[in-house]
Each structure stands twice: as C-alpha cells, then as structure tokens.
Design a protein around this ligand. Sequence first.
Ligand code: ATP
Length: 394
Amino acid sequence: TAGELSERLGYSAYVVGGFVRDLLLGIDNLDVDFVVEGDGIAFARALAKERAGRVKVHERFGTAVVLLPDGFKVDVATARTEYYEYPTALPTVEQSSIKKDLYRRDFTINTLAVRLNPRAFGQLIDFYGGQRDLKERLIRVLHSLSFVEDPTRVFRAIRFELRFDFHLSKETLALIKGAVKMELFHRLSGQRLLDELRYLFSERTPRHAVRRLADLDLLRFIHPTLTWSNRLDRRLSEVEAALEWYKLSCLDRHISGWLVYAMALTEAMPDQAVHEMLERFPFTEAERGAITAARFLTQPVCRALSRRAPLRPSDTVALLAGLADETLVFLLAKNASASAKRHLSLYLTTYRDVKPALTGKSLQALGFRPGPLYRTILERLTTARLDGDVKTEA
Ligand code: ATP
C-alpha cells in the first residue's frame, strides 16, 4: 500500500482534502490527494512503479500526478515544510509540517487528513475543526485574511455551499462581504476568475449559483453591467431544461453546460459589455465562437426555422450545421416557436447523423475517378436521404 511504501522510504504520507471530506460525507471521489512529508516526487515515482500506473512530475512545485489502472487519479504533493520555527530552534516535529500544509487550505472541511503509514494507518487528523463543521454543515475559512490571500476562495465557498447544501459560517459570510466592499476581485486574472466560474457553473445548480452571486453582490465582478433580473432567472431555468433534454436525448455526446449558462448571462448584457467580457476572459476560440454565434445568430436562425413554408430536413441541416452544440441548446432554450424547437431537436437527435449509403470507396469501386466530384455526389446523396427521396440502400 501507499502507507507501506512511504514507511519504506522513511516518509509520512497522508490522504488529505476533498477525498477525506467526501469519504466522511459518503460521496464517491476518484481524485485522491496525498501529502508526503519527504520527497513527494520520489514517492509518486515509486507508487506508479509498484501499481503499474503512469506518473507526471512537476519538479518546480514538488508535485506529481499518478494515474492508476483502476481509474483513480492521485495528486501527490510534498508537504511545505518549515523546519525551523525561528533561527536557533530545533527542527519542529514531523507533525507540524502536515499541520502547516493544511493551514494553507481554503475551508476547515478541506483540512482533514488520514494517516497512511502502517503504525497509525487510518487515523483521522483534524487540526482545524473540520469534522465539527462537516457535522454542522458549515463552510468556514481558517483565518480572517483568507479571502485577501486568495479571493477565488469566495467562489469556491459558494460552490461547496451549493454542492453540499451547506451554509457559510457567520464570520465567513462577514469576510465575504468585506472582500466585496474592498473589491478584491479586480486583482484576479481573467484566467483564474474564469476557471472558478467554469467550475461553479459545472455544478448541479448554476441557476442558484447566479442567484447567490447576485445576493452577495458578486455578479458585477463578471461585468459591471451584469445584474440579476426575473428575465435572466427565467432564461436560466430554460437553459436548465434544455440541457436536461440534451443529456437524455444525446447520450453519446458531451456538452459544456457551463458555456450555455455563460450565453444566458451575456444575453442580459449590452454588446459593448459582451465585447469587454470576451476580452477579459481567455475563452478558447471555439468557446468564443459559440458565445458570439449564440448572441448574433439566434434571431435570424430562429426566424428561418419558424418560417411558414415547410422546411425540408436538408434546409434545417444547412442552417444549423457548423453551430456548436452549446449554441444549439441555447437556441432551444430561448423562447423559439414550437416549430423551431422541433427542427432543432430533430437536427440534434437525427438529421446530423444521416450518412449517404455510399462512401468514397464505393464510388471508386463503381469506377469514378477520385476528385472533387466525390464531394458533390456524397452531399447530394445525403440530401436525398435526409429529405426522403432515397429510402433504401438499393
Ligand atoms: P472537488 O471535489 O471540486 O475536486 P476539492 O476539494 O478536491 O473539490 P480541488 O479544487 O481539487 O477541490 O482542490 C483540492 C484541495 O486543494 C482542496 O481540498 C483544498 O483544500 C485545496 N485548495 C484548492 N484550491 C484552493 C485555494 N484557492 N485556496 C486554498 N486551498 C485550496
């Protein structure tokens, strides 16, 4: 085991943080964090070797990631050790380094650790009242400068609060209000804020997250023009419903749900503000394109999809092909007409998977010489099949 391994190397190893929290809450968690008092990287390498895993090392930070064959991902960190309390002091005992490591963390519920070395295997270490706060369902920072040190913790606090249905402790809430007053969030890079928001909107209830951000006066740090309204709230529930439909209907596909919520937020902002937001946050090109399309193509596409004259399936494909799934789900969420909704859902579940009966290879077998003609033939065959002009393989 990892404990025996660390014993052999002369280290102390602990499993810490979210894994222990979730273990006590009875929630599965495949992400395991180890802290090693010793050389974390040497430990990770030995662990990977012993368990036939793969290892990736970050020398600079003294950390490593081990991927085990059973699906577990183990992050290994070297405890930040400060061996001398003051220049002439003796090195502090082993325990103080895990204690200090845990003190750098965000909330008490994330400071629990379990010993892995055989002589004390399984012993729960709780320096900061994590167990009590888990029982009382409280999110509590470790000290009053926590949000000054790292303002992203405010968003993490909301994430855990909503995920576990916990509450902020009274002091933590007061400190958040202080952080808002001091406008600490302007200091954050676009990258860090975007990362936190992406995590927050990837949880189960992004709509509640937006409400909570509004209650705590935090929406304005996404953009000063962003405010909560009944209209925004309604749109967020429509997004929720559309995403739920998508997840049930398009089982084999993956969607970035958070991005659809981001589209709903930008809908509530003026053009200039959206432009500024796209400047500030380092979205990928694809995300940027999807947000822009959601904003500027929604109306013309919905209008075309709601036309009186019957649309052939190939017309629907011509209109929608090339749009990201996130943009399509946002279109679905918007109050489009019933017929637009029908076209959208047929496109997502059926039309886009329609393939011509022939392939390039079969055209070659029929004696056509490869060239641009192939594309035309295959496209026409797809259209014919989509529109029901071709019904059988023959
Ligand atoms: P999740 O289930 O979302 O992965 P987690 O608690 O494992 O939750 P991570 O973001 O993976 O969260 O972080 C791992 C650990 O690192 C946390 O348990 C926490 O103690 C610590 N941590 C992460 N971010 C911060 C931060 N900004 N400030 C202090 N500690 C942090």
